[in-house]
Write a protein that binds this ligand. Structure first.
Ligand code: FE2
Length: 418
């Protein structure tokens, strides 16, 4: 397992041990309020091979008999509630924190269904006791803030249906994920963006992460994260998270690359990448981003007055994201239809680079999210850290291993083996 000491992989031995510790503690505290026994068992197929489960099936079971709680590694169908499905889908749900908030569980299941299909996670039976349900929801949160994303990029991309997208991204310098979020969530993000903007900030505003849960959830979108991991490596950090609101008229961002101050030739590996979320349908008339496929292979910015061959407008439905990277050439199109185009621009940098926005690390924000959010705020690497005993060698060693595993699996994807 490759994790920091305070994190774990979903359903690993460390995960099971922490689950046991939590349940023993909570059940002891709440015993008087529990009305009787309860039990849950879960089983998920297609777990990543590095976890070495028999037939790649990960399972566990908990049972409270009215006196004591037991936790074990086996699957048991004689329980009150059974949860089954795909490991990667379940891991996506497992990384949601705050599921007791109104509507949060429904939103989690809706998001997972949008990514993996409606039967990716199946629940049978239920816990009758409200106190038991609350303990299990709190367990979900407790483990969610410790559970890392699947570090096997090739396995994860395959389960998410993104292996081909990653190959396309390398070839063209960009790729589009259609319907990466449910349309309802796109509407929520659009409303939250408008809520955050003041009239004088109508063109663009930064630091959008700090304006509500919608942005914290969106920035961790697991599909976009997989593209970012494939392009920028693990430990990529938020360079900026900005919104743009624009009405009809000519585009105001001319053709450019996002490689400010990077000398030519650009490196063969990507330094920076941007995911732009469409919160309405994007057509040519909407004034979408235009990209020049393959222009990243020139490894330089456009020269003054230089034209562009074969540029394409990014047309995609609401709730989609285009991710462009590697110094590909792009610009903002003209908008000929009425109304405003609202977009969120998630600009990430390879972890070794400085960011545009200073990071504001808020302990409460970290507490209400999975480790993935901390990773993009630089919490998991050794940069900007120092203790009395010196550099953070634990984080250095962790990130070194994670980067190497990620890179090895990316090679598999590009070779078409995954
Ligand atoms: Fe740009």
């Amino acid at each position: 397992m490759i994790t920091l000491p305070h994190h774990c992989e979903f359903l690993s031995d460390a995960w099971l041990q922490e689950t046991k510790n939590f349940l023993e503690r909570e059940v002891a505290v709440r015993k008087d309020r529990l009305t009787g026994s309860f039990s849950v068992s879960e089983r998920f197929g297609d777990a990543p091979p590095h976890m070495k489960f028999a037939d790649n099936v990960a399972a566990w079971r908990m049972r409270f008999d009215g006196e004591t709680v037991s936790v074990s590694r086996d699957f048991d169908d004689r329980v009150d509630q059974i949860v089954e499905g795909d490991y990667q889908a379940a891991l996506t749900a497992a990384q949601c924190v705050g599921i007791l908030a109104p509507g949060a569980t429904e939103a989690m299941l809706r998001d997972v269904a949008a990514m993996f299909g409606k039967d990716a996670i199946r629940v049978k039976g239920k816990l009758e006791d409200g106190q038991a349900r609350e303990i299990m929801a709190l367990l979900h949160d407790h483990m969610g803030r410790r559970t890392v994303e699947n570090p096997d990029l090739a396995h994860r991309a395959a389960r998410q249906g993104l292996s081909g997208k990653i190959r396309e991204m390398e070839e063209q310098g960009f790729t589009i994920l259609e319907h990466a979020i449910a349309p309802e969530f796109a509407d929520e993000v659009r409303a939250a963006t408008l809520r955050a903007l003041l009239p004088h900030q109508s063109v663009s505003m930064n630091w959008m992460l700090y304006h509500g849960r919608e942005f914290e959830r969106l920035v961790q979108n697991p599909l976009l994260m997989t593209l970012i991991d494939a392009s920028l490596g693990r430990g990529a950090v938020i360079a900026s998270l900005s919104s743009i609101k624009r009405g009809p008229g000519p585009g105001f961002i001319p053709m450019h690359t996002d490689y400010a101050h990077v000398p030519e030739p650009y490196p063969e590996f990507a330094l920076t990448g941007v995911g732009v979320w469409a919160l309405e349908d994007w057509r040519v008339e909407s004034g979408p981003t235009w990209l020049v496929p393959g222009s990243h292979k020139m490894r330089r910015p456009p020269r003054p007055g230089e034209g562009h061959n074969g540029a394409v407008p990014i047309e995609m439905p609401k709730g989609s994201v285009v991710f462009f990277t590697h110094g590909v050439w792009h610009w903002q199109g003209d908008r000929t239809e009425p109304g405003d185009r609202i977009t969120l621009h998630m600009h990430f940098n390879r972890g070794i680079l400085r960011s545009l926005e200073p990071k504001k690390v808020d302990v409460q924000m970290l507490h209400r999210n999975a480790p993935r959010l901390g990773e993009m705020l630089g919490e998991d690497d050794w940069f900007d850290k120092m203790s009395a005993s010196g550099r953070d060698h634990v984080r250095f060693a962790y990130m070194q291993q994670l980067l190497a595993f990620n890179e090895q699996q990316k090679k598999q994807i590009l070779a078409g083996a995954a």
